[in-house]
Write a new protein. Structure first.
Length: 288
């Protein structure tokens, strides 16, 4: 049974894995609170993002862990639904590495904006608050796809709507409620995630990947905990073949040109305008 569950988990894409982890932590914290006669707040306290930098220094991991805990069922349900659908759109465009970049950079920047706001703005400095929830990270992914493919249409209940309309709607909601809501810090973190999503997508359209440095950092961390067995080195001398190199370069350029044409078509006419062959090609390219 355990082996089967592990196998099913490995088959999920990164967005679906994040949903499983979030839901599992939501259930586990509540079970532990009931069984050990404590409160959920006491358990989450070690993972939530505090508003002051002094406390943050004692738990620096909270800049990431806060995004894996939620206050109530409605909170996690809405975030996970949004993560599922935005994740599907994202995976049709890019692979999992870029998704990780956007998601976690959105969480980190949203958290930093939360802390800065509570230490800069007079209206917030006296409030005792902390931050939990994946909203900033999910907002980053949403605004990324809304910026990268603004004219793609998605189904919302009974009608279709372009992605950029959806993105603007969510931002306006946060701006409207930021003045009359006790969750001011949460709204500000949403806007921080939205900013990263917009910046990442807009720079990517210009050929600049602002998450490349973050990817290298993650690789370095992974290498610290991964010990690979290296096979004995064997030197083989071959005469370089200029023809093979030329063919490989030509194939790579042709492959990239086809991707660019499809992405341009999505930007102008939406994802649904693609043929099945084009969707399959884009999906396979995103896995590479």
């Amino acid at each position: 049974m355990a082996v089967n569950l592990r196998y099913q988990f490995t088959r999920l894409n990164i967005a679906e894995k994040l949903i499983v982890v979030n839901v599992a932590l939501f259930i586990i914290t509540r079970l532990v609170a009931v069984l050990f006669g404590t409160s959920v707040d006491a358990l989450v306290h070690w993972f939530e993002l505090p508003k002051d930098f002094g406390t943050f220094i004692t738990q620096p991991w909270s800049i990431v862990t806060y995004a894996f805990f939620h206050g109530n069922l409605g909170h996690i349900f809405f975030n996970m639904i949004m993560l599922y659908f935005t994740g599907r759109i994202f995976m049709n465009l890019f692979g999992e590495r870029k998704f990780i970049n956007v998601y976690f950079l959105g969480a980190i920047f949203g958290g930093l904006l939360f802390m800065l706001s509570y230490n800069i703005f007079p209206a917030l400095t006296g409030l005792n608050n902390s931050l939990i929830g994946a909203s900033a990270a999910v907002m980053a992914v949403l605004i990324f796809v809304c910026t990268y493919t603004p004219n793609q249409e998605v189904r919302v209940i009974f009608f279709n709507i372009k992605l950029w309309y959806l993105g603007v709607t969510f931002i306006v909601i946060d701006l409207v409620f930021i003045g009359g809501n006790s969750n001011i810090g949460g709204r500000l973190s949403h806007l921080g995630g939205a900013f990263i999503g917009y910046l990442y997508a807009s720079q990517l359209t210009k050929g600049r990947d602002i998450g490349a440095g973050f990817s290298r950092m993650l690789d370095s961390i992974q290498n610290l905990f991964t010990k690979e067995k290296k096979a004995p080195l064997k030197t083989v001398y071959r005469k370089p073949s200029s023809n093979l190199k030329t063919v490989a370069a030509s194939d790579k350029e042709k492959h990239q040109r086809q991707i660019d044409i499809i992405l341009d078509k999505i930007s102008k006419s939406g994802y649904e305008s693609l043929s099945k062959a084009e969707k399959d090609f884009l999906f396979k390219a995103g896995k590479e």
